[in-house]
Design a protein around this ligand. Sequence first.
Ligand SMILES: O=C(O)[C@H]1O[C@H](OP(=O)(O)OP(=O)(O)OC[C@H]2O[C@@H](n3ccc(=O)[nH]c3=O)[C@H](O)[C@@H]2O)[C@H](O)[C@@H](O)[C@@H]1O
Length: 486
Amino acid sequence: MPSSGIIAVDAAAKGMKLERYASGGALLLRRATSAKLVSASSHLLFRATVLATLALVFLFTLHYPSLLSRSFHLSAGGDASGGGAGAGAHSHRSLLMSSYGGAAWDKEIRRSARPSRDGGISVLVTGAAGFVGAHCSLALKARGDGVVGLDNFNSYYDPSLKRARQALLASRGVTVLDADINDAPLLEKLFDVAAFTHVLHLAAQAGVRYAMEAPQTYVASNVAGLVTVFEVAAKHADPQPAVVWASSSSVYGLNTDAPFSEDHRTDRPASLYAATKKAGEAIAHTYNHIYGLSITGLRFFTVYGPWGRPDMAYFFFARSIVAGEPITLFRAADGSDARRDFTYIDDVVKGCLGALDTAGKSTGSSRSGKKTGPAPLRVYNLGNTSPVPVTRMVAILEKLLGKKANKRIVTMPSNGDVPFTHANVTHAAHDFGYRPTTSLDAGLRHFVDWFVEYYKLDVKIAKGARSAADKPAKKKKAAAAMSASS
Ligand SMILES: O=C(O)[C@H]1O[C@H](OP(=O)(O)OP(=O)(O)OC[C@H]2O[C@@H](n3ccc(=O)[nH]c3=O)[C@H](O)[C@@H]2O)[C@H](O)[C@@H](O)[C@@H]1O
């Protein structure tokens, strides 16, 4: 039978194999065992790899939720390039807070928004990791107000400086969210979670001359973003907050009457930046008129100081002087030096807090869409009232840094710049006691102290540059306000 024949052949073959294998039985056994072991261990390895990958994905999701879902980090601060000691507890907490919304997120927002003093206000600060925003947030927090900040950390200038400011704020208990003012749902959510009494809206695309390079970013931030903030404040927040926001001295544009008063013409902006700020003032009128939103616009005059903006002349001039690189100075068409009403940050912060404290209530209702009566609509100059030639500003820096600048003087290009600014601050003085007290010499001294420390520069600040009156008290005050090492 063919079948038995096959069996016989199989048996014979097996017998031969058995015979062959019998001699090397031990070897075969070892081979079979090791084959099983290899197979078993590769299964194990495979499972371990899968498990490790899953664990990594889990940890990654926990730490970087924004990459996987729509979310906003709280008080990161881990990547701060300077300052920010003491941010640890908050940074750690922030890593555990994933996407916005949710019990932990809500709790953190409420904590940061809660005033610690009786009668304290609760302020949503946009642009809180910016220069003026960070200083104001710290000052509000220090006097017992609640503060929640937001900032989109864009790269217009070195974002690591913004992260360092964020870390400093975190160390003082102020949460700053990574978020954009054009994100209406987030803003609405914030008002659902915390009853902000005020919005200090400082987020903006700054810089006069950069507007020629990136016009759309000015429209997106200074017009669309402002409208988003007003929309949420007017139509969603319940009750409506009072809004104080950053306009600019640049709205005076080609105005030649000096000093600039709020009553002067502002219909001839010289740059798109100025035009967007002027547009903002017109938009403010509309939201006040229709929705009864209390709105205060602050026209800042070339604000400078520690933790300042690296895109501003005093800051990058200091850098260039230290590096021995040339600087370009613009001279007005009539040959005169350009002049600015440089205003020190601490004076501006006092003005911002004064404006918040006297803002007056909104009169509208986001529920009914109606207002009960007129609400305050204000605009104020926040300047120093004493313009200084830019050449003098450079001379002060040279003295402080102990090094001569390599100057190139050119006629001011037509790039949106204006030859001079000069503030009349009578209204701010009358309404909230605004009185700038810091000279450019004293203010630049504070700036250079911070600048040298923050960037760890090997620069000996000229002793003679420190005026006797300015020596101990003011330096201490500046350090306390926003110390680079804190
Ligand atoms: O007051 C304001 O509203 C504005 O103040 C500053 O604008 P600006 O005064 O032009 O400040 P800088 O860019 O720091 O320029 C200061 C002075 O240095 C001069 N400058 C600037 C750059 C340069 O390379 N060379 C130079 O001589 C300018 O002509 C100006 O007179 C801010 O950058 C704006 O964001 C702000 O809104």
